[in-house]
Design a protein around this ligand. Structure first.
Ligand code: NAD
Ligand code: AHE
Ligand code: ZN
Length: 368
């Protein structure tokens, strides 16, 4: 079949809209009509050329929602008409990782996914006979896409696609990092570095679990108002204080119980660790840093009881947890609507990247 898609032909180049060919689902796969997709900073990161796994030409996008159109042989958990969210972190429920209680990082198809192909080693997308790569196993910047059954979460039919697509990455990553990975206890002091599409979800997750002080940090002063609306009790602009770590330590009587880095800046990652309370503070890296970047600190920071951790897709096991998070939204426990600041048709997708880079948007959503 043909599908309209935004193609990334090379690093740093604007996406180009084209009709591409899409092969139907093979055994264990499903064809999905994408109804809406968010644009995440990770899409921009890969498009920039900084992603060691970035390969072109590819169809980016990993934050979608849509409807199953066709299922391949042997698919048992999905049928045409099901409403779904594609998962860049699948849940096969069989691999060593799925069976381990401490991780959500299913590895069943991780190697082919990282190479931009389906589990059989081939791409389903092509243009003029030449393959176009998949991205993060999702490629939601295409109106139709093919996914393995294990990488699809079935969701309730009454959830609006234009909002719950954001649960495909940003919402789950932020709220999940607090609830599933850090397991932040009520009364904790939480610090969030970077108040974009991820950080604001960390803030609302921290509020949801009953954190005490929630301190938002961003160099863009325009982020303060939304951060407070979503639960931040304090806002610090690093440009307004002499030393960000000292300012946090003062505000929290010795340091944060939990901090989250939601930028992808290795210098800020160091601050996020070092603002944690001696003896027990935990810092979670969520931001994705470019090829060649490394983190550093004095080992003494760890010797004295701080821990440095990371969180991918909020620690969520997608097929199990994503439908629950959709329920949280539908029950009014989390706010998605106010974080979707812009919507646009696929033809205007490059504007979503401009709005992100200028700091004007929180989330842009492309509507098909
Ligand atoms: P975003 O562009 O919406 O937000 C980034 C925010 O950081 C902006 O508000 C910006 O003003 C702020 N910022 C930039 N430099 C800063 C600095 N030096 N100090 C303080 N604030 C600063 O991006 P996003 O969509 O929220 O994504 C954030 C990061 O999370 C990216 O690196 C993205 O790739 C990553 N990410 C990781 C996961 C995961 O599973 N680990 C999932 C999604 C996104
Ligand atoms: N490809 C990059 C790493 C990118 C990365 O860390 N991705 C996150 C999700 S970001 C979503 O917006 C993730 O889940 N990582 C776990 C994984 O297995 O990719 C690189 O550095 O090579
Ligand atoms: Zn993302």
């Amino acid at each position: 079949m043909k599908t309209r898609a935004a193609i990334a032909f090379g690093a740093g180049k604007p996406l180009q809209i084209a009709e591409v060919d899409l092969d139907g689902p093979k055994a264990g796969e499903v064809l999905i009509e994408i109804k809406a997709t968010g644009v995440c900073h990770t899409d921009a990161f890969t498009l920039s050329g900084d992603d060691p796994e970035g390969a072109f030409p590819a169809i980016l996008g990993h934050e979608g929602a849509g409807v199953v159109v066709e299922v391949g042989a042997g698919v048992t958990s999905l049928k045409p008409g099901d409403h779904v969210i594609p998962l860049y972190t699948p849940e096969c429920r069989q691999c060593k990782f799925c069976l381990h209680p401490k991780t959500n990082l299913c590895q069943a198809i991780r190697s082919t996914q990282g190479q931009g192909v389906m589990p059989d080693g081939k791409s389903r997308f092509s243009l003029e006979g030449k393959p176009i790569l998949h991205y993060m196993g999702c490629s939601t910047f295409s109106n139709y896409t093919v996914m393995p059954e294990i990488a699809v979460a079935k969701i309730r039919q009454d959830a609006p696609f234009d909002k719950v697509c954001y649960i495909g990455c940003g919402v789950t990553t932020g709220v999940g990092a607090v609830a599933f990975d850090a397991k932040v206890e009520p009364g904790s002091n939480v610090v969030v570095f970077g108040l974009g599409g991820i950080g604001l979800n960390v803030i609302q997750g921290a509020k949801m679990v009953g954190a005490n002080k929630i301190i938002g940090i961003d160099t863009n002063p325009k982020k303060a108002a939304l951060a407070k609306q979503f639960g931040a009790t304090h806002f610090i602009n690093p440009n307004d204080v002499e030393n960000t770590v000292d300012a946090i330590v003062q505000l929290t009587d010795g340091g944060a119980d939990y901090s989250f880095e939601c930028i992808g800046n290795v210098k800020v990652m160091r601050d996020a660790l070092e603002c944690c309370h001696k003896g027990w503070g935990e810092s979670y890296i969520i931001g994705v840093a470019g090829a060649g970047q490394e983190i550093s600190t004095r080992p003494f920071q760890l010797v004295t009881g701080r821990s440095w951790k990371g969180s991918a897709f909020g620690g969520a096991r997608g097929r199990t947890d994503v439908p629950r998070i959709v329920d949280w939204y539908m029950d009014g426990k989390i706010n998605i609507d106010d974080l979707i600041t812009h919507t646009m048709p696929l033809d205007d997708i490059n504007k979503a990247f401009d709005l992100m880079h200028s700091g004007e948007s929180i989330r842009s959503v492309v509507l098909y």
